[in-house]
Write a protein that binds this ligand. Sequence first.
Ligand code: SF4
Length: 299
Amino acid sequence: MLLQCSNRGSNSTLVLHNFKQRCTFTHPKLNTQKKFGQLAYRGTNELGQFNECPANWENVLEGIRKMRCSDAEATGDREDDDILPLKERRFAVLASSLLSSQTKEHVTRGATHRLRQNGLLTANALNKADEETIKKLIYPVGFYIRKASNLKKIAHICLTKYDGDIPNSIEELLSLPGVGPKIAHLVMIIGWNNVQGICVDTHVHRICNRLGWVSRSGTKQRTSLPEETRKALQRWLPREEWVAINPLLVGFGRTICTAMRPRCGECGVSRFCPSAFKETSIPSSNSNKSVLNKKPESS
Ligand code: SF4
């Protein structure tokens, strides 16, 4: 599922960190130009802790936005959800988010559409529905058997514990079967219009590592899990970017910075990317993994 939201969070206080080389930067919340070091500056997170930001991250974001601005996919495509009662809309957001995991966008859209057409996108209806019927309707989403079972369990929990609505905290969402941090944050943003964290999926995880934006705590090594990436990214990315970063990088990851053979020759931010032209894939009968010829961590 793609996000379509315009939430704005709190101000980020930016301070000069490196004067060696200077560039001009206009922070969207400050509306004034300030001089910043070209290599890095520091910002504060919501706890007021200072955190180092990667060099040129705003140039990179702007460059990716330019590459994405003409692509309709980046604007999101939820179906008729806005006309539903809020409780049903939130449940639909949760159900379709669950379906979207490990599944292509058009497959998720089809499965969600079939559930909707059969009146099964409410907690009450799904709770009463036969699991075999749910399986057939959501096929061929990834792990459809397990997801059908989880949807029924979630419907029962939402009905008995939340009066047919969905939980409104990350902790409670995470207690639902099949719901991990990515879905929980996505649902908080779209369902509750409440930004608790960045929704990090496989695209955000991969691209942030390629750009050298995140690393394992206390090291320069790439993060290995999306949850690790989320925490690392939240340490420096201004809160007002937390919602927009997901659809931006998802679209970019599907078109240019793909998992296999990224199109660095067509990428408008390659001059800022430590992984540019270094990501290749090894053709193999039993493995087609993306590998890095030279570690970007040295950058
Ligand atoms: S230069 Fe290549 S690896 Fe870097 S962001 Fe662009 S497409 Fe991705």
